[in-house]
Design a protein around this ligand. Structure first.
Ligand SMILES: [Cu+2]
Length: 153
């Protein structure tokens, strides 16, 4: 019986998607989540929210990621929010890169609105031009909902 249990445990571990909280932390850290092909980097989360002061913010407002990483924006509160990049404030070549890589765009460099709480929007920076990307939230730009992302090699 003990051997059967061990075999089942190994199968779950091999799948890597069992949602098992009992796996050793070291094993989890070495596991690459199922993402788009070629994406092996870290996933960074940025919250989109309305603070208790009534400010609309991306948190963190400044983030540095590596080429190959992904950024996942999460609608926490105060939505709808989105991610839209300033065409003149992104690196050379980034416009074409983003327009090709942003899913469900509302327009050039403009991601879809996230309406439901906890809705997410992800962009892979695999192959992205390095440099600083300035972006904002279309509904709340005038309220100062702006941030920047720096992509390094
Ligand atoms: Cu917003």
């Amino acid at each position: 019986m003990r051997m059967v249990l061990a075999a089942v445990t190994m199968m779950v571990a091999a799948c890597g998607d069992g949602g098992s909280g009992s796996a050793a932390a070291g094993q989890v850290a070495g596991t690459v989540p199922a993402l788009a092909a070629g994406t092996t980097g870290t996933v960074h989360e940025v919250e989109m929210l309305r603070t208790s002061n009534g400010d609309y913010v991306f948190r963190p407002a400044e983030l540095t990621v590596k080429v190959g990483d992904r950024v996942r924006w999460v609608n926490v509160s105060g939505g709808p929010h989105n991610v839209a990049f300033y065409a003149e404030r992104i690196p050379e070549g980034a416009k074409a890169f983003l327009n090709a890589g942003m899913v469900n765009r509302m327009g050039a460099l403009t991601g879809q609105l996230l309406i439901q709480p906890k809705a997410v929007y992800e962009i892979s920076f695999d192959g992205a031009p390095v440099g600083t990307y300035h972006y904002f939230c279309t509904p709340h730009e005038m309220l100062g909902m702006k941030a920047r992302l720096t992509v390094i090699q």
